[in-house]
Design a protein around this ligand. Structure first.
Ligand code: ATP
Length: 234
């Protein structure tokens, strides 16, 4: 579904991505792991068009998408749940969700909102409350809900478990699994490597702008380098 070949991206003189090759097959959950500053968020930004790659190709459903702006990748079917959630704290839950649907022209938006409130009852209860009054976990649900309102084929999740309590993290990973089972392909960036490898089918490990390792999660999880660096050496 998504294929990156030789992607290079820069912040001024700093080359954050040094030739990334990555594939996300339709229907899968692929996880991208790596230390702080490895280039995971930059990879997400180049896929969505929030940042432009200087070299390489990005194809989505067989079409070149490199060079498209962020609103264009959304209309092609790619939604990002950004790092730090980025919900609008002064707008209501419902308004935040409607922003996710702002490019849609169909008449099923209200039905999707109702389905979303079935999935996240707490968001339904708090639909008229401002986003800023929600807990961290609820804000993450809202950020995921907002992204789903665009009806994505591919959902990109950047550190969805960051700063959340363990029980809430478990809930977020359950939700990710459910969304995938409903047919949405997922690319997941996580520092919580153990959880990320539980939910993913395939994983890429990044270090300083490069993919250093990739494979099926059952192989990656036993790789000595991964165990040493990301799984606490156990
Ligand atoms: P984190 O988990 O900390 O977000 P990451 O793997 O997502 O890490 P990136 O945020 O993609 O890493 O950063 C990759 C590299 O690009 C790092 O060296 C970082 O310092 C640099 N970088 C990121 N954003 C900027 C920016 N706005 N300006 C300059 N350099 C940046």
């Amino acid at each position: 579904m998504l294929k990156l070949s030789g992607i290079v991206a820069k912040y001024g003189n700093i080359t954050a991505l040094k030739g990334i090759d990555l594939e996300v097959p339709a229907g899968s959950v692929v996880s991208l792991i790596g230390a702080n500053g490895a280039g995971k968020s930059t990879t997400m930004k180049t896929i969505t068009g929030l940042m432009q790659a200087t070299e390489g190709q990005i194809t989505f459903c067989g079409q070149e998408i490199k060079g498209l702006a962020a609103h264009q990748t959304v209309s092609r079917g790619i939604s990002l749940v950004p790092e730090g959630r980025q919900i609008l704290g002064r707008m209501t839950v419902l308004e935040n969700l409607m922003i996710g649907a702002c490019q849609r022209r169909d008449n099923e938006i209200q039905a999707d909102i109702r389905r979303l409130f079935d999935r996240f009852p707490i968001l339904g209860e708090r639909r008229e409350q401002t986003g800023g009054t929600l807990s961290g976990g609820q804000q993450q649900m809202l950020a995921i809900g907002r992204a789903l309102m665009a009806r994505p084929k591919l959902l990109l999740l950047d550190e969805p478990s960051m700063g959340l309590a363990p029980l809430v993290v478990a809930d977020i990973f359950r939700i990710i699994r459910e969304i995938n089972q409903e047919g949405v392909t997922i690319l997941l960036v996580e520092q919580n490597v153990r959880q990320a490898l539980k939910v993913a089918d395939y994983a890429y490990v990044m270090e300083t702008g490069k993919i250093i390792l990739h494979g099926k999660t059952e192989e990656i999880i036993h790789n000595p380098r991964v165990v040493e660096a990301y799984l606490g050496g156990k």
